[in-house]
Design a protein. Structure first.
Length: 123
């Protein structure tokens, strides 16, 4: 993710966290023409996926370390102004907090009332 703060309500990032991230990375390189840049995760690498112009557009990550419990699907990360307030609104509106990661770049994965997953955070 970029260090640049994005406005609330925008998509701040998108990534895919899966077992076998190397094979999936290679799949998307072949299918959509992305290139990848490794991101050192301390013993293994996740990958920033880059469009033809070199701009990073997504990530492909291993489901280990801090991503061990992420669901295996493309995840959008939506920027919110106040994570605590948004989480309270989520549960009050019939949603569910599925996973929470606190700390630097903390976020939560939520399930909306229809069952769809998204991540929210103060990115």
């Amino acid at each position: 993710m970029s260090n640049e703060k994005k406005p609330a309500g925008t998509i701040g990032w998108i990534d895919l966290t899966v077992p076998g991230a190397e094979d999936v990375r290679a799949f998307y390189e072949s299918v959509v023409g992305w290139t990848s840049t490794p991101v050192d995760m301390g013993g293994y690498s996740d990958h920033c996926m880059n469009a033809a112009d070199g701009k990073t557009v997504a990530g492909v990550c291993h489901s280990r370390g801090m991503n061990a419990n992420m669901p295996p699907q493309w995840m959008i990360y939506i920027v919110v102004d106040d994570l605590e307030k948004s989480l309270a609104a989520c549960t009050a509106g019939g949603g569910e907090v599925v996973l929470r990661r606190d700390g630097n770049n903390g976020f939560a994965v939520i399930r909306d009332p229809a069952g769809a997953l998204a991540a929210i955070g103060e990115f």
